[in-house]
Design a protein around this ligand. Structure first.
Ligand SMILES: *[C@@H]1O[C@H](CO)[C@@H](O)[C@H](O)[C@H]1NC(C)=O
Ligand SMILES: [Zn+2]
Length: 287
């Protein structure tokens, strides 16, 4: 990766290390979703966001990460993750009763804000926030280390990437996918999203299973399915050989080669599913 880009990236991720996908990942998810929503859904979303630009979803994809660090938005900080109390790499899994506390988690947040979007009694201001939260949280629940409790979702596991100090959570938020995409700007996010959309349409992944179990009347079950699948990558790709095997290791070489497939497919799934979810909210159909 070019050194300038790397410096920008590390400066960025160090202050947002617990922010789930970095801005780049969230913007890519939003752009992929824009590619797959129906035209009726696009109008529905644009009306709520008051934005008819070519990046109407990407523009608000990281709002929730800014909001959580304001005094008014502090209450929403726990909604960006779910602390699965499993034991990777031997045993992965999520359990709503165990892992989603009363203060909320990313799955209960999906339920709450989906219901607000579907209710005719929700104010326009509340719908605006709910839309921005749904666009963001569908992304968050696809990041494996946002549905994992171990070592604060990997934040306390020190590693290096291209020789620079960082942590495992940041590597999964940003370093791997930005190296694959070749940058971190909104323009690169658009280019990366377009190639991901093309790959989905070309059948690179078997998407038939991606929407199985998707039930707009049961956001909790749907969210748990998505979160459970993401959490599975903690055992197979994030720390398949345990924490000691990555601690202090530079993850930009063999580790990148072995595991880049995981953030790629997870961002593809998140964008594809976000589109289907918004289609269901707007029109009752997935396409
Ligand atoms: C649902 O969202 C509202 C904000 O719109 C928030 O005040 C409330 O705490 C949330 N409820 C749950 C159960 O997450
Ligand atoms: Zn987040």
């Amino acid at each position: 990766m070019a050194s300038l880009g790397l410096i920008a990236l590390l400066g960025f991720t160090s202050i947002r290390s617990v922010a789930a996908w970095g801005a780049f990942g969230h913007e890519a998810v939003a752009y992929i979703a824009q590619d797959f929503v129906s035209s009726a859904t696009a109008t529905f979303v644009q009306n709520i966001l008051s934005d008819t630009s070519t990046r109407y979803m990407a523009n608000v994809a990281t709002w929730a990460d800014s909001y959580r660090s304001t005094t008014a938005g502090k209450w929403s900080a726990p909604l960006h993750f779910m602390d699965a109390m499993d034991s990777p790499p031997g045993s992965c899994g999520v359990n709503f009763a165990r892992d989603c506390p009363a203060e909320g988690c990313v799955v209960s947040a999906l339920t709450n804000f989906t219901n607000q979007l579907m209710s005719s009694s929700t104010s326009a201001a509340a719908k605006l926030d709910a839309m921005k939260f749904v666009i963001h949280f569908v992304g968050d629940m696809h990041q494996p280390l946002h549905v994992e409790n171990l070592d604060v979702g990997g934040n306390s596991i020190a590693v290096t990437y291209n020789s620079a100090s960082t942590n495992l959570h940041s590597v999964w938020d940003s370093s791997l996918i930005q190296e694959y995409a070749g940058g971190s700007s909104l323009t690169v996010a658009r280019t990366f999203a377009t190639s991901t959309t093309d790959a989905i349409k070309a059948g690179t992944w078997s998407t038939t299973s991606w929407l199985s179990g998707t039930d707009i009347n049961d956001p909790e079950a749907t969210g748990m399915k998505w979160a459970g699948e993401a959490n599975g990558y903690v055992c197979t790709d994030v720390i398949p050989d345990g924490v000691a095997a990555v601690q202090g290791v530079d993850l930009s070489g063999d580790y990148y080669d072995d595991h880049i497939h995981a953030p790629r497919i997870q961002i593809a799934r998140a964008g594809y599913r976000l589109a289907a979810w918004l289609n269901l909210i707007a029109t009752g159909k997935t396409t």
